[in-house]
Design a binder for this molecule. Structure first.
Ligand code: NAD
Length: 290
């Protein structure tokens, strides 16, 4: 048995499912794998304490870290090297300690990309509309363009955020059409769209409801959700009822963990097994909430 220590740094992450995903998969590979939660709020720390915590963790022999809100940008100054995608996205959710070097990766985008491939393998990607241009929006927008979207229209309650993201993504995918639309033009831009990517917090327990009117959903539109707790968001339920093909946010969550597992361990995980485990964790959570 080899011993491995990894962890997750962020705020409000006490109930994260990531430790279970990593350690259960690790056990299948015979690893003595400990994955710890380091919740800044619970530790009485703020983002400014990240450098000290980061060094403490590295000193304790940690092999790798996942990084989440609010540290995905702040961690970059502590790293020696970035993967090309992490550099392009300006966000890191996975850090590998290799010798005395800390290398930053972004598996949010690759997790969503993999989820699109697995869940919507033959969907059309000519015109895609994306609601939400925040942190998750940057990763899924990048993945959607990487998947081959010809035209991506970004819609956000904060038009400045949508504009900035369109500009950044446009520099990485210069042969695509990036545009921005105000939320009151959603009906218009969705009319000819093949798919809708949803990346706002609407649908989470703390933000119930949907970010768009139900009548805009239709059978020939695929809908990819980013929110995964709960896994059956109002958007997923309503889209499914309208006949649309849907992808829940669980895929992105599990495949980002699978990609991070491979970076930490050098072992290709069984992503389907991890997805089955995630489904079990999420259904247990849904039952408990009833
Ligand atoms: P964020 O705050 O960085 O960005 C959210 C964006 O949505 C903001 O720009 C905001 O202006 C916009 N917005 C909010 N309500 C809106 C509305 N009704 N209409 C239009 N725009 C609206 O948040 P984030 O980090 O991007 O996270 C968004 C969601 O993604 C969260 O619910 C989070 O749980 C989820 N997420 C899921 C995964 C996964 O693995 N499945 C990973 C990361 C984040």
């Amino acid at each position: 048995m080899s011993s491995l220590l990894c962890g997750l740094i962020g705020t409000g992450i006490g109930a994260s499912l990531t430790p279970s995903l990593h350690m259960t998969e690790g056990a299948h590979h015979g690893l003595d794998y400990e994955y710890r939660i380091l919740d800044l709020a619970e530790l009485g720390l703020g983002v400014d304490d990240l450098p000290e915590l980061f060094e403490r963790v590295r000193g304790a022999g940690c092999r790798g870290l996942n990084i989440t809100h609010p540290c995905k940008q702040r961690v970059i100054e502590l790293l020696d090297e970035l993967s090309p995608e992490a550099a392009r996205l300006g966000a890191v959710n996975t850090v590998l300690f290799e010798g005395d070097r800390a290398i930053g990766h972004n598996t949010d985008w690759s997790g969503f990309r993999r989820s699109l491939d697995r869940g919507l393998p033959d969907a059309r990607f000519e015109q895609v509309v994306q609601l939400g241009a925040g942190g998750a929006g940057a990763a899924v927008g990048y993945a959607t363009l990487d998947r081959g979207a010809r035209e991506l229209t970004l819609v956000d309650a904060d038009p400045g955020r949508a504009g900035e993201l369109a500009e950044t993504l446009g520099t990485h995918f210069p042969d695509r059409r990036l545009s921005v639309a105000a939320p009151d033009r959603l009906a218009q831009v969705l009319e000819h769209a093949d798919g809708l990517v949803h990346a706002t917090p609407m649908g989470m327990a703390e933000h119930p409801g949907m970010a768009l009117p139900a009548e805009l959903l239709r059978a020939d539109l695929w809908v990819a959700e980013v929110v995964y707790r709960p896994v059956e968001t109002e958007l997923v339920r309503t889209a499914r009822a309208s006949g649309a093909r849907t992808l829940t946010g669980a895929g992105m969550a599990v495949y980002q963990a699978a990609d991070a597992f491979e970076i930490f361990t050098g072992i290709a995980p069984d992503a389907d097994r991890m997805a089955t485990h995630m489904d079990a964790l999420l259904s247990r959570e849904a039952m408990a909430a009833k």
